[in-house]
Design a protein around this ligand. Sequence first.
Ligand SMILES: C[S@@+](CC[C@H](N)C(=O)[O-])C[C@H]1O[C@@H](n2cnc3c(N)ncnc32)[C@H](O)[C@@H]1O
Length: 276
Amino acid sequence: MKKYLNDKLSFEGNADLFDEIPIWSAPFGLKLLDSIIYKPGITALDIGFGNGFPLTEIALRLGESSTVYGIDPWKDGIARTNRKIKFFGINNIKIIEGYAEDIPLKNNSVDLIVSNNGLNNVSDLEKVLGECSRILKSGGQFLQTMNLDKSMFEFYSQLEQVLAELHMEKEIELMHRHIYEKRRPLDEIIPMIKKHNFMIKDLEHDQFNYKFTNGTAMLNHYFIRIAFMDSWKKILPVNKQEQIFDTIEQRLNEQALITGEVKLSIPFVMINSIKK
Ligand SMILES: C[S@@+](CC[C@H](N)C(=O)[O-])C[C@H]1O[C@@H](n2cnc3c(N)ncnc32)[C@H](O)[C@@H]1O
């Protein structure tokens, strides 16, 4: 009997698994999923799959004749992904707990590598690109998405202005370094990719906007707190953090009274390349 005719798959009692993808990851991920060349019988790798995205979706879309590896060092993410894999009844995923700087796969053994906001989080991008080039077959597809250096410029320009008013030049420099480290400029990343024997097929630019009623709502949003606040705080001396964020919050709130919202622009790119 076919699996899909025989099972009683239900989210009853499994509501915590009823989310394929975090809202933040969706705009990047939809573009990436749309650009994959789907073929039977291939070997794929997802770098930095977090809670299982797009790993499980790609495994399901490719079907059981393909094998999809996922590499990530995050233990909790791996545990949750393994629960999803079991619940969805997926048989073609192999999880690797580790770092993409050192991928335990053979040379020229993979047809497709994807990374949804993963490669901008690795510590040694040059090394990771070398590993991708080593394991990907000639003609293989390498798809990655990442948000760009102008992300959230609305917030950063407020922060820079407040720091300038307080004559905190060192912190302004730290802020620019933080942006550079988190979101390397595309004109540095593209030559790196090419250097590792890839040909760029498409560069698709897009943008979504993270909108809030005002600065208070934005700064209290759980995702801002969990994903960004720590790195923003690290730029600032502890004894000034409250004063600086208070000023920024007030200014964003005043601005929202006029414009009706606080908007954080998230420009991003999908790089679709082919191994030579
Ligand atoms: C922003 S999350 C993206 C998660 C997921 N792809 C998504 O779209 O929701 C980045 C992921 O990269 C992983 N990561 C960080 N450094 C890594 C490395 N050196 N090799 C592989 N994965 C890494 C993190 O553990 C995290 O799960």
